[in-house]
Design a protein around this ligand. Structure first.
Ligand code: CAA
Length: 259
């Protein structure tokens, strides 16, 4: 596949890495970039050798938001009929294997929303998050008003959406938006380490864990726990459960076969 606005590579034959590559525009997200990203993630998801994916940007910007130059001339008819955002930005929601956002620099507007669509965020110490759409006369449009309050609570999400201020990495970690902060020069090493760890676990359990945690955002507690319980029970039918528990009992390293 030929991509223009993203770089795609694999590490250790099992981690798929997508680097957003519009450095002069601070990785502003346009339709072409988001379509390419969706295609790349879908291809990795379908590749049995790949166990986990990472999306990253440049040191200065993960992504500074949707491309404002392109959006400036859009009319209501353009975005409504063209199904702007829904048509291609949300392909990431269909990806079943884990996707980690490795964020350095600005993650603003659609960039913050893209990071939040990933399964977890590892932030470099220079990362800055924000939903500054209010300054443009709009509101977040790729899930920011929904995912941000779920991550950081109502008060902070309102503060971000209404004032357009940025959050640094320390505040983002303290608020639960990111899972860990690392030194900028260790961002890829740490993210790759996490991805490789995920790859070595049984893929059936990994996908079940992702589905089950995501269900917490879509359901009430009883339904969510029931969903979890059913997946938990189902995993006792897998070879990986036999292997994982036998390895523990016999004090050896488990070798999962993803079956
Ligand atoms: N769209 C298009 N171009 C962008 C951009 C964006 N979101 N963000 C930055 N750029 C471009 C700038 O226009 C500039 O281009 P030129 O060199 O051709 O002038 C280049 O990237 C570098 O940017 P700056 O000179 O502004 O760099 P800076 O370091 O002074 O400031 C910044 C960095 C604070 C991130 C600033 O660029 C900025 O505020 N960007 C806009 C952030 C924003 O509003 N994002 C939300 C977009 S709306 C959205 O995302 C909707 C949604 O929910 C889906």
């Amino acid at each position: 596949m030929n991509f223009e606005l993203i770089d795609v590579r694999t590490e250790a034959g099992k981690v798929g890495i997508v680097t957003l590559n519009r450095p002069k525009q601070l990785n502003a997200l346009n339709d072409q970039l988001m379509s390419e990203l969706g295609e790349a993630l879908k291809a990795f998801d379908a590749d049995p050798a790949i166990g986990c994916m990472i999306i990253t940007g440049s040191e200065k910007a993960f992504a500074a938001g949707a491309d404002i130059g392109v959006m400036a001339s859009y009319s209501f008819a353009d975005v409504y009929k063209g199904d702007y955002i829904t048509r291609n930005w949300e392909q990431i929601r269909t990806i079943r294997k884990p996707v980690i956002a490795a964020v350095s620099g600005f993650a603003l507007g659609g960039g913050c929303e893209l990071a939040m669509m990933c399964d977890f965020i590892i932030a470099a110490d220079n990362a800055r998050f924000g939903q500054p759409e209010i300054k443009l006369g709009i509101i977040p449009g790729a899930g920011g008003t929904q995912r941000l309050p779920r991550a950081v609570g109502k008060s902070k999400a309102m503060d971000m959406a209404l004032t357009g201020r940025m959050m640094d990495a320390t505040e983002a970690e303290r608020s639960g938006l990111v899972s860990r902060i690392v030194a900028l020069d260790k961002l890829m090493e740490e993210s790759l380490g996490a991805a490789l760890m995920v790859c070595d676990y049984g893929q059936l359990a990994v996908i079940a864990a992702k589905e089950s945690v995501n269900r917490a955002f879509e359901s009430g507690l009883s339904d969510g726990v029931m969903f979890e319980r059913r997946l938990f029970h189902a995993l006792f039918s897998t070879q990986d459960q036999k292997e994982g528990m036998d390895a523990f009992v016999n004090k050896r390293k488990a070798v999962f076969t993803h079956s």
